[in-house]
Write a protein that binds this ligand. Structure first.
Ligand code: PMP
Length: 383
């Protein structure tokens, strides 16, 4: 069974014939960092603590722990990647739940038999389509590639920047006279993946703990929203679907985000020990290895990313996306089938609304899996 970004764990690397699972987006790469930070991140939760559904009745997002709200504001302030002042924060069970919450909040309620079209420019994150289709909602429906959307009907455009699967920076692309609403999925707008060029300040912005720090298992995402009515509807959605968000997870997220921020604010910290420095270095090394492997094989090509000045690191920086979007250069081949011959499981271009020549492989797997992936890729040769 393959379930979205998460799928069954990869087959152990017993020999060269084992399968490397590079198809799932499980962000395990930063685990070695968190292992080093063992004591700082350890939490003890007593049996009598965190028992209530409620966290802060004075906040419209009543289930959000104040310490998590503070930590979210603190990390955005540190990194400078989003405006939080005078904005509303809504916490969800991963940003996946907030994606649905924002569709619920932005869909017009007065035309229930005419679902609003939800579009995203191809190649788009494959889960948007799946998450919409599974619901058969009367409020919204999947509308396909935003670049070719020309209906004179209201729409919601997903703007994923940096984009999953191809790591490109995105702006809205729909060319229609109809009224559009926008949801910015900024899951990867963190310094280890891309230069921080501006403070994002869009109406609805989605972020996730999964990609910021790698703690996907905690299932914590947050939305930063300008309009309180939209934010309230999103919180209502989370209330109706899960009656809030686990407080154990919120406490852990607040703690870990706090550890990252403390590191930057403690003058004694060594630069190499700071989270974004460590994770960016790791991404850079991985992209260098992948680039060499792909060049040697001469079968696949990768996108070239522009450099930009990063306001967080104060230097010109490259982009190191969490996925490699490989294009099979060989005329007849299908990228996914090609990798299958090498026992590398990947995600087919078609799942993202793209051509079968394209294939997505994860750059965030465990070290052993990643090194083996690179080794196998470099052994590919045109026959
Ligand atoms: N948006 C994008 C672009 C993603 O890649 C992912 C995870 N792969 C998500 C949202 C969902 O993240 P979460 O774990 O917070 O549900």
């Amino acid at each position: 069974m393959v379930v979205g970004e998460a799928s069954s764990p990869s087959t152990p690397l017993t020999n060269n014939c084992s399968i490397i699972d590079a198809q799932k987006g499980d962000p395990l790469a930063f685990g070695s960092y968190w292992k080093q930070m063992n004591d700082e991140c350890t939490l003890v939760i007593k049996g009598w603590e965190l028992m209530s559904y409620y966290s802060d009745l004075s906040n419209m997002c009543w289930y959000m722990l104040p310490e998590l709200k503070d930590a979210i504001e603190r990390i955005h302030h540190l990194v400078g990647n989003a405006v939080t002042k005078d904005r509303y924060i809504v916490v969800g069970n991963g940003s996946s739940q907030l994606f649905q919450a924002s569709l619920f909040a932005l869909s017009p309620l007065d035309v229930p038999d005419h679902p609003v079209n939800v579009v995203a420019a191809a190649p788009y994150y494959s889960e948007y389509k799946s998450a919409i289709n599974i619901l058969h909602s009367r409020m919204f429906q999947w509308g396909g590639d935003a670049a070719v959307y020309d209906k004179n009907e209201p729409y919601i455009e997903m703007v994923t920047s940096p984009n999953n699967p191809d790591g490109t920076l995105r702006e809205p692309v729909v060319n229609s006279v109809a009224e559009g609403k926008f949801i910015y999925d900024l899951a990867y707008y963190w310094p280890q993946f891309t230069p921080i060029t501006h403070k994002a300040d869009d109406d609805v912005m989605l972020f996730t703990f999964s990609k910021c720090t790698g703690h996907a298992g905690s299932r914590i995402g947050w939305a930063i929203v300008k309009d309180i009515e939209v934010a309230k509807k999103m919180a209502t959605f989370v209330q109706s679907s899960s009656m809030g968000v686990s407080k154990e997870s919120q406490t852990r997220a607040a703690k870990i985000i706090g550890v990252i921020c403390d590191g930057y604010q403690n003058l004694k910290s060594k630069e190499s020990e700071l989270f974004f420095e460590y994770s960016k270095r790791l991404m850079k090394e991985r992209w260098e290895k992948l680039g060499e492997a792909v060049e040697q094989s001469m079968v696949f090509g990768v996108v070239k990313y522009p450099n930009a000045y990063c306001n967080f690191t104060n230097e010109i920086s490259e982009t190191y996306p969490s996925f490699a979007w490989l294009k099979c250069e060989e005329g007849k081949e299908n990228g996914h089938n090609y990798l299958r011959k090498l026992n590398i499981s990947s995600r087919e271009g078609e799942r993202f609304g793209a051509d079968s020549k394209f294939v997505r492989v994860s750059m965030l797997g465990m070290d052993d899996d990643f090194n083996e992936l690179v080794k196998r890729l470099s052994s590919v040769k045109i026959e």
